[in-house]
Design a protein around this ligand. Structure first.
Ligand SMILES: [Fe+2]
Length: 316
């Protein structure tokens, strides 16, 4: 299968057909893997064969492909805005509260952020009092707090009642902001952390709601589990999720769960995971940095992000 590598209008790489990924694999000595190795494990939902199944083969690789709309600029006609995205805070003790209050204090120094995405694992054990603590700490940011659950936000194997009660309607949902649309999805299967499957309720929500969304609008997904095939611990049926966004103007997918920076390009959209921002948990790649994304969504449909490190307010 032919592969090609191009530059996007944003200056980042885009795989013409296969994704291009940058990922650290702890233990195997590699810090970056190029197109060839990743192509062997490429994003199957983006294959020509599957596009043909969807009746979109004629659009693949041509300027008619919907994703190309995002490269033309002038998409929303608005000045743009900024937001933060954080994952895997794993609140477990009062000391974690001190840590997170320091985090929120640091986040509040970024002028003009409009909301905060939390990519799941708000807590370590899914306890109601811990979820309430996280909710109340992030209230200090004084912007909407848009969360999705992680596997650690279950209080028992398949029991997510405390999360559902403390964060109502924060499972599968979407919201619009200044011409962009953001879609939060539940990617969990109870407390399971690997070899999981995204549950039928998420797909049912997608099938009921995606038809009413604007496919041309710059779109951001956020999930707990990663969605790129190169990243460990992704759901077994992740292809079925990405297939549903094949003709959306997808600009970014933010995920957590794998506590490390990874980036895999899906056409013009990066699929990223980030280091955790927890006091009691480490990164899976052995790195020490904790932090979050500071993001800027421009009116022309471009999204930029930078990692902001957090040294923490951990008490001695
Ligand atoms: Fe986590």
């Amino acid at each position: 299968m032919a592969k090609r590598k191009e530059k996007t209008a944003e200056g980042g790489p885009r795989a013409g057909f296969w994704p291009l990924c940058a990922i650290a694999f702890p233990g195997d000595g590699s810090q970056a893997r190029g197109v060839k190795s990743n192509a062997q494990r490429a994003l199957r939902p983006l294959s020509r064969r599957q596009a043909m199944k969807l009746g979109l083969a004629g659009l693949v690789g041509t300027s008619l492909w919907p994703g190309w709309r995002s490269l033309r600029g002038g998409e929303t006609g608005r000045p743009g805005f900024s937001f933060v995205a954080v994952n895997d805070t794993h609140y477990a003790t009062a000391r974690c509260g001190d840590w997170l209050r320091g985090l929120v204090k640091q986040m509040s120094t970024h002028a003009g952020i409009q909301f905060c995405l939390h990519l799941g694992d708000l807590t370590d054990l899914g306890k109601r009092e811990h979820l309430i603590a996280v909710r109340d700490i992030f209230k200090e940011l004084d912007v909407p707090f848009q969360a999705v659950p992680g596997n650690h936000d279950y209080v028992a194997t398949d029991d997510r009642r405390p999360y559902d009660e403390v964060f109502p309607a924060r499972l599968n949902y979407h919201f619009k902001h200044d011409g962009w649309q953001f879609i939060g999805l539940d990617s969990t299967q109870g407390q399971r952390y690997e070899n999981t499957r995204i549950q039928p309720a998420t797909f049912a929500w997608l099938d009921a709601n995606l038809p009413s969304l604007d496919r041309a609008r710059p779109t951001v997904l956020f999930t707990h589990f990663p969605v790129a095939h190169t990243v460990k611990m992704l759901p077994l049926n992740v292809d079925a999720l990405l297939e549903r966004f094949l003709d959306f103007n997808l600009r970014e997918v933010f995920s957590g769960h794998y506590h490390a920076f990874t980036e895999c390009w899906h056409r013009s959209a990066p699929l990223v995971t980030n280091r955790c921002c927890a006091l009691v948990r480490d990164n899976h790649d052995g790195t020490k940095e904790k932090g979050y994304w500071l993001c800027s969504a421009a009116g022309d449909g471009r999204l930029t992000r930078e990692f902001v490190g957090y040294r923490g307010a951990a008490p001695g």
